[in-house]
Design a protein around this ligand. Structure first.
Ligand SMILES: O=C1O[C@H](COP(=O)(O)O)[C@@H](O)[C@H](O)[C@H]1O
Length: 260
């Protein structure tokens, strides 16, 4: 099952971050009410961190039972644990250090000094962690994440799946080591498209002028090898959350007139 993308366009990136944070709170609260716990995959990058910061400053964040939330990552820069470029470190600064999470449910991807031989072995270990968390009803090797968020890069990359790169062609493994990424740092660990597509909902975040071309290309239907963002979809829903700048090169037929 896959879902056609739905688009929501907000006035600017601040409003987009606040609205997406509100949407995430509701989604997590609903999943916890329905299933006891919720699982969310975080993204790195400016838009993802903006959303986390908006969540941190929202009074409604207390509606979430943080102890019953599993957090995973879509990708990680393969750098030492104390490197400020790590997506995990940036997420901690934006939100995670301020909320009462259960540390056993915070599934950071390994740092380069965590004792693995290389990014490929680190990826294998993360794939094993995901497989161990998948329940029989998830029907796969990764949990059926409630929400998986992806920041869309200006070149249409999502997670660490870059256009024409070997990682975006992966059809078997759920997590791979990425070598020679065009955006620094060159070595990374990333979920693959098959793992991303196991999520119930995939949310693609694109705010800012530098995302306009990427959104237009990804939503105009090229293949996922050329535009990885176009291959990211959820089983129940695929949602593009944009601001007007990022939507400026889209045909207006793709979304209703911009709201707030
Ligand atoms: O390097 C990365 O970049 C993308 C997008 O980042 P942005 O700053 O252009 O919004 C992000 O989705 C990914 O997680 C991250 O590792």
């Amino acid at each position: 099952m896959s879902s056609a993308p739905q688009l929501v366009v907000h006035r600017d990136k601040e409003l987009m971050a606040q609205a997406a944070a509100a949407r995430l709170i509701t989604k997590v609260v609903d999943a916890q009410a329905a299933r006891g716990s919720a699982s969310v995959v975080l993204t790195g990058g400016r838009n993802g961190n903006g959303l986390l910061a908006a969540l941190a400053s929202s009074p409604a964040r207390d509606a979430i039972d943080w102890s019953r939330l599993d957090l995973w990552w879509g990708d990680e820069r393969y750098v030492p644990a104390d490197d400020p470029e790590r997506n995990y470190t940036q997420a901690r600064e934006a939100l995670l250090d301020a909320v009462p999470l259960d540390p056993a449910r915070v599934h950071a991807m390994p740092a380069s000094d965590a004792g693995y031989e290389d990014a490929d072995s680190a990826a294998e270990a993360y794939a094993a962690e995901l497989a161990a968390a998948a329940r029989p009803e998830d029907h796969g090797r990764v949990p059926a994440f409630d929400v998986l968020m992806l920041g869309v890069g200006p070149d249409t990359h999502v997670a660490s799946l870059f256009p024409e790169h070997p990682a975006v062609r992966e059809t078997e493994r759920t997590v791979v080591g990425v070598h020679g990424a065009p955006k620094p740092p060159p070595t990374r660990v990333s979920l693959t498209l098959p793992a991303i597509r196991a999520a119930r909902e995939v949310w693609l975040l694109a705010a800012g002028e530098d995302k306009a071309k990427a959104a237009a290309i990804a939503l105009s239907g090229p293949g996922e090898i050329q535009a990885p963002a176009s291959g990211a979809y959820g089983r129940a829903r695929t949602l593009w959350l944009l601001d007007q700048s990022a939507a400026s090169e889209l045909p207006t037929s793709l979304y209703p007139p911009a709201s707030a």
